[in-house]
Design a protein around this ligand. Sequence first.
Ligand SMILES: *Cc1c(COP(=O)(O)O)cnc(C)c1O
Length: 369
Amino acid sequence: MPLVPRFIATLKPYETARTVDEIRRLYRVPRVIKLASNENPLGPSPLAMKAMSDALQGVNVYPTGGAKLREELARQFEVRPENVIAGSGSEGIMSNIFRAFLEDDDEVLTASATFIGFRVLAQSRGVGYRTIPLRDWRFDLPALARAVNEKTKIVYLANPNNPTGTIFTRQEFDDFYAHIPERVLIILDEAYFEFAKDNPRYPDSMHYRYDNVITLRTFSKAYGLAGVRIGYGFAHESLISALLKVKLPFEPSSIAEAAGIAALSDREFLHRTLENNARGMRFVMTELQAAGVEAVPSEANFVLTLWRSEEAAANIAEALLRAGVIVRPMTAYGVPNGIRISIGAPEENELLVEALSQAIKNEEVLCSR
Ligand SMILES: *Cc1c(COP(=O)(O)O)cnc(C)c1O
């Protein structure tokens, strides 16, 4: 089809996880749980739900481009509204970053096993996409810094990283930053910030604002609003004003903006979310270890499990589906023998552990010790 550019024709699109309805239908299991997309197992923030329902009254009027949410974020995080952007999820903002800052000959750089949304955006823009292997399941920041060349325009870092759940420390980021030229934009994707922020080694990027760093965060994970599409970013005002020029004028929707504002004030829900996750993570990690399953220690709301081979991982994921547990095989994320499992509510975690212990009866799937 001559209308479609080569880089689009060859693009591997983002594949969303299997859904509960789909698996219930295909596998005829009565109870299906989804531990595949790092969603909040407690549901959405109740304050956000109330605010969305109140906001329905006003949906005949165009939204204001997130102005109120930007003000609220500026107040809470002690920056100016000019340093804040709101958008259709952090991925929506990331797509605007690609539109605002990239030229055709530019290249982007990141780790080989990281958030797939970044690769899809880069490839749909037709720019060069280079990756550096992880080291011990973490971003290899020194190697990334060495890999920057005159074509590099964006370096993408996810902290905590998805799918590994690992973080880099403040010290590591400082060393990295010192080696990055100012003409390179660093995207710090902090989609799982809330889960990692209390770790003293975690670098909260709000504490050091650099002119060429943009922080991205989201309401999709800790606040349970993935379906609403609302995220935000912090950066120097010159970067934000460039983003405001290219973003759709009426993004985010008024419903999404209302949800975000209310979610920010829902401390009780955030607290419950973090408690549930910490407890669930301890439980799942303990059980995985007892079962002999290799897993990468995580600072987020999911854990990367490792299997003997890609085939073993596929078999496990399939066995879990048959038991009504949806997880995410990680071939597309660059870890062919990996399965990412989100932490659920207590009963979900128990169901997972039970289904896994059935699935691994076949010894061939475990990593050799
Ligand atoms: C889930 C996730 C996102 C997507 O966030 P949205 O705000 O829903 O677009 C972004 N980055 C990473 C690393 C994620 O895991």
